[in-house]
Write a protein that binds this ligand. Structure first.
Ligand SMILES: *Cc1c(COP(=O)(O)O)cnc(C)c1O
Length: 228
């Protein structure tokens, strides 16, 4: 299936007017389609699976900024550490320490977002407010020592629902946590600038609630195959 070029152009115009960054989510899509979008100027792409990302990175231009947006296991960080631009899905202190370690190995400082759990659904990964407090509070000294990782903001996903009020409340809550914790992390040496929220179905609401980065896949690339 070809990329929806007109939709992409319209979306880009809408987002740039609002100074929102577009991460084109290309998971499950072939490198040919990513190339098509690359040729239109898109540089930020998002992937969910480590192996798939590593394979695509090898085949595609080196100036692509690869965003890792899926659940990340500590033992797989090493495969993406040499090149990843931003990891959106840090959900534990253990993972943060491993990213630092791999950053050090590769002579890089790796940018990360803290993934925050903002729904009532059990299945979503991420810190809740209490765990964020613990992270900022209990690990203050250790956090300051993680020189090869830079926490630059937060990411969250709203519920899969047609109820706009629920989605809006969740994004609004995430924004309040972003503001609260940007003050707590600043003294630890981390300056927040990215609030990653919004996908195909809810990006407009996310932007109204303060998103600075949206992750959009199916709107640009078409629906994905069921399995993944
Ligand atoms: C797949 C995915 C997206 C994009 O979803 P669409 O509905 O296709 O826009 C965004 N964020 C995450 C974390 C995803 O896994």
């Amino acid at each position: 299936m070809p990329v929806f070029k007109e939709t992409y152009n319209n979306l880009l115009a809408e987002l740039s007017a609002k100074k929102v960054t577009l991460v084109a989510v290309s998971k499950t899509k072939p490198v040919e389609e990513i190339s098509e979008l690359y040729d239109m100027g898109q540089r930020d792409f998002g992937e969910n699976y480590v192996q798939e990302l590593a394979e695509k990175q090898e085949q595609l231009p080196s100036d692509i900024r690869w965003h890792f947006i899926g659940h990340l296991q500590s033992n797989k960080v090493k495969y993406i550490a040499p090149f990843v631009h931003l990891i959106h899905s840090v959900d534990s202190f253990k993972l943060l320490k491993e990213i630092h370690k791999q950053g050090l190995k590769n002579g890089r400082v790796i940018d990360c977002l803290l993934q925050v759990h903002i729904t009532r659904e059990e299945t979503k990964f991420g810190f809740d407010e209490k765990e964020l407090e613990e992270l900022a509070g209990l690990h203050t000294k250790e956090l300051k020592e993680l020189k090869n990782v830079r926490i630059t903001g937060m990411m969250g996903m709203a519920s899969f629902t047609d109820d706009e009020r629920t989605v809006r409340n969740e994004f609004s809550f995430l924004r309040s946590l972003y503001q609260k914790f940007s003050l707590k992390f600043e003294p630890l040496g981390f300056r927040f600038s990215i609030l990653s929220m919004g996908m195909t179905s809810d990006y407009k609401i996310a932007i109204e609630e303060g998103s600075t980065m949206v992750r959009i896949g199916s709107m640009i690339f078409g629906e994905r195959e069921k399995k993944k």
